[in-house]
Write a protein that binds this ligand. Structure first.
Ligand code: GDG
Length: 762
């Protein structure tokens, strides 16, 4: 069983203005001499960056895993922030972290250097853990605060927070590449991932190509409207459209800290000692990487081995140091990589190393920052030969460690750093001959040429440090719409007066002239008067018949969209197969006519998991309890939702039952609760009529849509309409529709007029 400790339970009373969410907290567990344990902070680039921005906010926090399975430590303070540990069970570490994150997403996002594995149990765990992180973050953020979510392990978190906290700004930064849509499309649950990310206001990437790949995936797989790097995301339920910005923010390092180390005399001495320890070679070539197949270590060793084989390098003059920090050691591909690398190093040393000194000094352990800097300072050449890398900080650290302006960086064009560090010796690491030539060129580069290149590289790195990176991301996030500004869709009409008949007719005439149309309508209150007994509903036969006839005309798609369950809607309308039925506010879509493109409807998001089934069962039980306390109210169960109906309640019963239901709703962050006309719907599948109608418009390649609706749930469709579209609100109330008619009788008039106008053309 996963540990269910909820960090919010231990939370200090105050709420935080800025909350960072990352898989790992910036702490490590250290064993004390007495066998006990203590937590020490392990400042990396991200922590340093955050420290500088957190100085400017009243209160900062970090939510993440503390690094060991089971019960996490209580929240604690470190470096001016509150740290909130999130629990991960041993099984979740295997499935969410080693599985879906590191054996599915990591290889897929790095262009399938090894084959990604797909397992449904891993996904379930990823979902559950993301939810835990999302809830923990939502619980500790101040009203109107900012949450910054990091990296591929937590891609669902932005949306999960958004569903719970519409008042906060949410940013997401992806530290690794985002793959081309052709590759990304292989990912099971790909659309859930995209929707998860689109919960953010700003989605940040390392390289321009990553941001472009993401936007292309959103356009192709979700069909959302994209304008440059701005994506229009339809709202959930009655929520309005949101704008999400995709942008490039190349990450950097704490150059001040690295520069300070590089000027420390003790570290200078360590660098000199290192050279002596290696037998005073003329040249030291260095590689520093996590032992990961993306880093191109095998390619590098192959090139190095061949240079020794063909005598281009003399192992008496030139030594290679390869630091390969242990990483993800329980993931199969990493075990294999380690075996291969160590075999190759052993072979190279066996064949070429002079007695008493290595040809390749292989270090499979980690070093402290001071030792790392000493290595950079001793290295005449650093090899960064990644096959795919989000950025690669080693490249930037090397440059920042060389105030002497000496040293050569050989840099793979597949590392994000290649976009900025143009003065490096660029290389395609897949081309072993090219790699060998680049290494020889670097080894032979005259000091003046080194100086010129290093000066240019240092200018780039010193001008753009990690603090500037964090500030520019947060500034961009700050510029996104204030959450409260987008709280309600724009009301185009207020009051209850029907539109001028002339205006309505002109709109219908213009609409009927458009080549491909989608005509969609709500059912209750539009095609049938609202009645107390929902089963006794009497649809207007003439309206249904007009819709039927419209659906037979060329270039016209017709859909009925209702909050009712699909089967219920079908039973009351008996429409032919040319009319698409959409039930449960978009969560159930009936059969599509063969000419519609079914693939644009994302059914995967609509699938009920066991977890959702259980949630729905418990909601139903609770709503039934509320219904028993308020005679006349009743609970309807649908495949993906439970609905409290209050139409037949006595006295104040309807109001009281609705209030109880809404109070209960607050306890259900993962449920979409939609109050409508004398109903409150609790849906465990997140969708809306707007999402469904938009998908149908795409599936039918419609140039314009007409929508008729009377309920608040129809506002999610009206909010999407623009240009050539026609939105008609049936009955009173503020609305985002541009036209109003007064009831089902007038609907019949509209549909018959449309039939006449369009029929004339065919
Ligand atoms: C991901 C993306 C992106 C390594 N060995 C030791 C050690 N290191 C430090 C390096 C560097 C860091 O680890 C590695 O950063 P990279 O950027 O090279 O790569 P990933 O770990 O894959 O990081 C990457 C990064 O996120 C940031 O967005 O650049 O593309 O894959 O700082 O110096 N540090 C110490 N001892 C070691 O033995 N102290």
């Amino acid at each position: 069983m996963p540990p269910e400790a909820d960090p919010a339970e231990h939370a200090p009373q105050h709420q935080h203005q800025l909350v960072v969410v990352a898989n790992r907290l910036p702490v490590d567990s250290r064993t004390l001499p007495d066998g006990g344990n203590e937590w020490v902070t392990s400042p990396g680039g991200l922590v340093t960056a955050m420290e500088s921005v957190m100085r400017n906010v009243a209160s900062g926090a970090w939510v993440g895993w503390a690094g060991s399975p089971g019960t996490p430590p209580d929240p604690f303070e470190a470096d001016g922030m509150s740290l909130y540990p999130v629990a991960l069970s041993a099984e979740e570490i295997r499935r969410y972290y080693e599985g879906y994150s590191n054996a599915t997403l990591w290889p897929l996002y790095h262009d399938v250097i090894v084959d990604p594995e797909f397992h449904r149990a891993w996904w379930d765990s990823y979902l559950a853990v993301n939810r835990r992180f999302g809830r923990a973050a939502a619980a500790v953020t101040a009203p109107g605060g900012t949450i910054w979510v990091h990296d591929y392990q937590l891609q669902l978190v932005p949306r999960m927070i958004r569903d719970e906290r519409s008042d906060v700004r949410i940013g997401f930064f992806n530290h690794i590449p985002f793959p081309a849509v052709e590759l990304f499309s292989q990912l099971p649950k790909r659309n859930s991932i995209l929707r998860g990310l689109l919960g953010a206001d700003v989605v940040g990437f390392q390289r321009e190509s990553d941001a472009l790949n993401f936007v292309a995936a959103v356009r192709k797989l979700l069909g959302y409207h994209v304008d440059g790097m701005t994506i229009s995301v339809p709202g959930l339920g009655a929520a309005p459209m949101r704008e999400v910005r995709a942008q490039t923010f190349p990450i950097s390092i704490d150059t001040t800290a690295v520069s300070a180390l590089s000027e420390d005399p003790q570290i200078l001495e360590r660098a000199a000692q290192l050279r002596r320890d290696l037998g005073n070679p003329d040249k030291i070539v260095l590689g520093v990487d996590r032992l990961d197949y993306t880093k191109g270590i095998r390619h590098r060793l192959k090139a190095w081995g061949e240079l020794l084989d063909d005598g281009s390098i003399d192992p008496h003059d030139t030594v290679m140091i390869q630091v390969a920090t242990p990483s993800r050691e329980r993931v199969e591909a990493y075990k294999q990589l380690r075996d291969e690398v160590e075999l190759t190093v052993g072979r190279i040393n066996g064949e070429h190393a002079p007695i008493g000194r290595p040809a390749v000094s292989y270090q499979h352990h980690s070093f402290d920052r001071r030792d790392m800097t000493a290595m950079y300072m001793a290295a005449d050449v650093v090899l960064v030969t990644a096959l795919r890398d989000g950025m690669n900080l080693v490249a930037k650290e090397y440059v920042a460690s060389r105030p002497d302006l000496q040293g050569v960086l050989v840099l793979s064009e597949f590392a994000g750093a290649a976009d900025e560090l143009r003065a490096a010796v660029m290389v395609n690491p897949h081309d072993i001959d090219e790699l060998k030539a680049a290494i020889l060129r670097a080894l032979a580069m005259p000091p003046e040429e080194q100086e010129e290149a290093m000066r240019s590289l240092r200018h780039q790195v010193l001008e753009h440090d990690v603090q500037a990176w964090a500030r520019s991301f947060l500034d961009r996030l700050e510029e996104s719409d204030r959450p409260e500004e987008r709280a309600t869709p724009p009301a185009r009409l207020t009051g209850d007066a029907p539109s001028d008949p002339e205006e309505l007719d002109a709109a219908l005439r213009a609409f009927a002239d458009v080549p491909r149309l989608l005509i969609a309508s709500d059912f209750d209150g539009v095609l049938a008067p609202i009645v107390a007994d929902r089963d006794a509903v009497q649809p207007d036969d003439a309206s249904l018949s007009a819709l039927r006839d419209l659906s037979e005309l060329p270039g016209v798609a017709v859909a009925l969209v209702s909050g009712r369950a699909l089967a219920d809607l079908d039973a009351h309308t008996r429409m032919p197969s040319s009319v698409v039925l959409v039930g449960s506010h978009g969560a159930e879509v009936g059969a599509l006519p063969p000419w519609m493109q079914a693939e644009v409807l994302d059914k995967s998001a609509l699938v009920m998991s066991r977890e959702k089934e259980e949630l729905l069962a418990s909601i139903t039980t609770n709503l039934r309890r509320i219904a028993r306390a308020h005679p006349g109210t009743e609970v309807e169960t649908k495949p993906t939702a439970a609905v409290l109906h209050t139409r037949s309640a006595k006295g104040r019963g309807a109001i009281n039952a609705t209030e109880s239901a809404l109070e209960y709703a607050v306890t259900l962050p993962d449920v979409t609760v939609t109050p409508g006309k004398e109903v409150v719907e609790f849906a465990v599948i997140h969708t809306s009529k707007g999402v469904a109608v938009e998908a149908l418009a795409r599936a039918s390649a419609a140039d314009a849509w007409l929508y008729l609706g009377d309920d608040v749930t129809d506002e999610s469709v009206f909010a999407l309409l623009g240009g050539p579209d026609v939105g008609i609100k049936v009955g009173e109330g503020d609305t985002a529709a541009a036209l109003r008619i007064d009831g089902p009788g007038a609907v019949r008039g509209v549909l018959e007029r449309l039939l006449a106008l369009r029929g004339e053309q065919s």
